[in-house]
Design a protein around this ligand. Structure first.
Ligand code: SAM
Ligand code: DTB
Ligand code: SF4
Length: 342
C-alpha cells in the first residue's frame, strides 16, 4: 500500500498518530502502521520520538541477577527455568551488601536505574525483608530502582512501593495468542493481573517482550496493542531480541529479520510516544548499524554492562565506541524527559 506522506500532517493522519497518547488502538490500525513502507514508518516514528525526547540521549539501566536459576516456571526462552537443561548453576538470594556494592559500581559507570531480577514465580514472605533492604539501599545511592521478581499479590506490591521501588518489570513477552506456545505454567492474564497490582500500588511499570521466538508479525503487533491499550502506558517498554540458550526449547529458533525488529521498535515508539523504549537483550548479536536504526526508530534506553542476568551484553568499551560513532550521550537522571509525568 502506498501512503501519502508529503507532509507531516498527512503522514500522521495516515498512521493514526495522535499527539496525546492513545489507548484505543485497533489491531487493524497497528498492523497497517507496522506494515507501512519502511521509510514512512521510520519517518513517523522519528518525528514522534523527537517531539517527546532529546533524540541524542539514551537512558542507561543496569541489571543484576539477585537470585539466579532454579525457577519453577517453564518459560521456553529462559536459562533459569528448572524445566530446562541449560547447565546454569542455581544460587540463593544475594546478600544486601553485595547488591549495594554492585549498584555503586554501576552508578560510577553512568547508570541511573538499577534493575534487580530474581528467578522466582513470585517472592516468598521470608525474602521480603531482604528485598526491602536492597530497595532502600539502592535508593539511598540516588539511583532509580527497578525489580523483577515474578507475580505479585496486593500486599507485596504495596510493600515494595512503600520501600521506594520506582519501577516493576513484568513482561507480557508476546501476544496472548502465542503465549501458550512459550510458557505453560502461567497465563497471559496472570501477567496482566500483576501489572494492575503494580499500578494500584503506585509504582511505574516496565513491560515489554521478546522478539524472535518464532512468533509472527501479527503477534509482535498484537503485543504492542495490549501494551498501548493499558489504562496507562508502561513508562518503560523493553524490547528484547531472543538470546538463544542451549538446552532451552527455543535454542534453535530462527533469527528474526533485522527489518522486522526495527519495525517493532518504530511501531512501539509511535503507539507509546512518551515511554522509554529499551533496546534490551540481544545487543551482542546486533551490529552498530542495526542499533543505530533502532535508535533512529525511537529506542532510547539500553542495559549497559557486560552481563544481563545470565547472558552477555556489550562491554562498556563497545558501548562507548557505539555512542561515539553515533554522537549519543547518556541521559541524566534529572533530564526533563525523566521528570515528565508520563
Ligand atoms: N522471573 C521474573 C519474570 O519472569 O518476570 C524476572 C526475570 S525474567 C528473566 C525477565 C525477562 O527477561 C523475561 O520476562 C524475558 O522477557 C527476558 N528474558 C529472559 N530470558 C531471555 C532470553 N534468553 N532472551 C531474551 N530475553 C529474555
Ligand atoms: C527485560 O525485558 N530484559 C531483561 C530485564 N527485563 C529483566 C532481562 C534480559 C535477560 C536476558 C537473558 C539473561 O541474561 O539470562
Ligand atoms: Fe523464571 Fe522469569 Fe526465567 Fe520465566 S523468565 S523461567 S519466570 S526467571
Amino acid at each position: 500500500m502506498q501512503l501519502a506522506v508529503d507532509s507531516q500532517d498527512a503522514a500522521e493522519a495516515q498512521y493514526h498518530v495522535a499527539r496525546p497518547p492513545r489507548h484505543d488502538w485497533t489491531l487493524e490500525q497497528a498492523r497497517s502502521l507496522y506494515g507501512a513502507p519502511f521509510n514512512d514508518l521510520l519517518f513517523a516514528a522519528h518525528t514522534v520520538h523527537r517531539r517527546n525526547f532529546d533524540a541524542n540521549r539514551i537512558q542507561i539501566s543496569r541489571l543484576l541477577s539477585i537470585k539466579t536459576g532454579g525457577c519453577v516456571e517453564d518459560c521456553g526462552y529462559c536459562s533459569q527455568s528448572a524445566h530446562h537443561a541449560s547447565g546454569l548453576k542455581a544460587s540463593k538470594l544475594m546478600a544486601v551488601e553485595k547488591v549495594l556494592d554492585e549498584a555503586r559500581k554501576a552508578k560510577a559507570e553512568g547508570a541511573t536505574r538499577y534493575c534487580m531480577g530474581a528467578a522466582w514465580r513470585e517472592p516468598k514472605a521470608r525474602d521480603m525483608d531482604q528485598i526491602v533492604a536492597m530497595i532502600e539501599g539502592v535508593k539511598a545511592l540516588g539511583m532509580e530502582t527497578c525489580m523483577t521478581l515474578g507475580m505479585l499479590g496486593d500486599d507485596d506490591a504495596r510493600r515494595l512501593s512503600k520501600a521506594g521501588l520506582d519501577y516493576y518489570n513484568h513482561n507480557i513477552d508476546t501476544s496472548e495468542r502465542y503465549y501458550n506456545a512459550v510458557i505453560t505454567t502461567r497465563t497471559f492474564q496472570d501477567r496482566l493481573d500483576t501489572l494492575e497490582r503494580v499500578r494500584a500500588a503506585g509504582m511505574k511499570v516496565c513491560c515489554g517482550g521478546i522478539l524472535g521466538m518464532g512468533e509472527g508479525a501479527n503477534d509482535r503487533v498484537d503485543m504492542l496493542v495490549t501494551l498501548a491499550n493499558l489504562a496507562e502506558h508502561p513508562e518503560s517498554v523493553p524490547i528484547n531480541l531472543l538470546i538463544p540458550i542451549d538446552g532451552t526449547p527455543l535454542a534453535g529458533a530462527a533469527r528474526l529479520d533485522t527489518i522486522e525488529f526495527v519495525r517493532t521498535i518504530a511501531t512501539a515508539r509511535i503507539m507509546m510516544p512518551r515511554s522509554f523504549v529499551r533496546l534490551s537483550a540481544g545487543r551482542t548479536e546486533m551490529t552498530d548499524e542495526m542499533q543505530a536504526l533502532c535508535f533512529f526508530a525511537g529506542a532510547n534506553s539500553i542495559f549497559a554492562g557486560d552481563r544481563l542476568l545470565t547472558a552477555d551484553n556489550p562491554d562498556s568499551d563497545a558501548d562507548a565506541a557505539l555512542f561515539g560513532r553515533l554522537g549519543l550521550s547518556p541521559m541524566a537522571l534529572d533530564a526533563p524527559e525523566t521528570e515528565h509525568d508520563r
